[in-house]
Design a protein around this ligand. Structure first.
Ligand code: PEP
Ligand code: MN
Length: 264
């Protein structure tokens, strides 16, 4: 492996609000896509009540088909800005294009680079030049080494605030949407020293597997979880099968609380 030494044994920390990244367990939840102010506001309240500390909501959606809902885009950013002002909770949203990095993102606390963009090197370089945490999701067809190199594209430009996210890879298995590669958690922690979180929602594509995979991720040493939550999943404009409703998420959080306490 030809990875750059700079990523070895990194143990620096920084804060997002009062969350100490790398030390505090990151509990990130929210809808796949922001579909309007009411659903976003309702969801942020529900996830806060259940104990999540960071809100995620898709603005620009990287859909496999160009005919699928592409996100509310600029309108979604305005909704996220409003709910951030109302709740003060840190916000994560994904961008797809270097041109989306502008003052409209000033209020965003963490930028997400999605699985499909892990090989978008101009985008990686651009987020490497800003002073904001970046969640870099693993490409669904990326090897560990390719993921490390993509991490370095960001790191090399000066941005060290990188949070890695294992979200499942494509294998011959079709029962689950992807195959969650939990070995990537300790491997990426060892190789990069960066925090690694797990997204069991996109990894499995199945709500009834999320709790088990969250528990396994925590035991594997994950530094956080990212889960999709929607007020009415069957009606969701993207990923209707895998998003949890508020009750399901509250139950998940209740079950995970002692597990997080045990392992962290
Ligand atoms: C997402 O988190 O909204 C998403 C699209 O996930 P991924 O990039 O992992 O498919
Ligand atoms: Mn989704």
């Amino acid at each position: 492996m030809t990875r750059n030494k700079i990523l070895q044994n990194k143990e620096e920390t920084y804060y997002i609000n009062d969350i100490k990244v790398g030390h505090d367990f990151l509990l990130i939840a929210g809808p796949c896509s922001i579909e309007g102010y009411a659903m976003a506001s309702e969801t942020i309240q529900a996830i806060i009540d259940s104990g999540a500390t960071i809100f995620r909501g898709g603005s620009f959606k990287p859909r496999t088909s160009p005919y699928s809902f592409q996100g509310l885009q600029q309108e979604a950013l305005e909704i996220l800005k409003r709910i951030k002002q109302e709740t003060k909770i840190p916000i994560v949203t994904e961008i797809l294009d270097p041109r989306q990095i502008n003052s409209n993102l000033d209020f965003v606390d963490i930028i997400q680079i999605g699985s499909r963009s892990m090989h978008n090197f101009p985008l990686l370089k651009e987020v490497g030049m800003i002073d904001k945490p970046v969640i870099l999701k693993r490409g669904f067809q990326a090897t560990i080494e390719e993921w490390v190199h993509s991490t370095e594209y960001i790191y090399k430009e000066g941005n060290e605030k990188i949070i890695l996210c294992e979200r499942g890879i494509r294998t011959f298995e079709t029962y689950t949407r992807n195959t969650l590669d939990l070995s990537a958690v300790p491997i990426m922690k060892q190789l990069t020293g960066l925090p690694v979180i797990v997204d069991p929602t996109h990894a499995t594509g199945k709500k009834n597997l999320i709790l088990a995979m969250c528990k396994a991720a925590i035991a594997a040493g994950a530094d956080g979880l990212m889960v999709e939550v929607h007020p009415n999943p069957p009606q969701a404009l993207s990923d209707p099968d895998q998003q949890m409703n508020f009750e399901e998420f509250a139950f998940l959080m209740k079950e995970l609380k002692p597990v997080i306490k045990f392992f962290r």
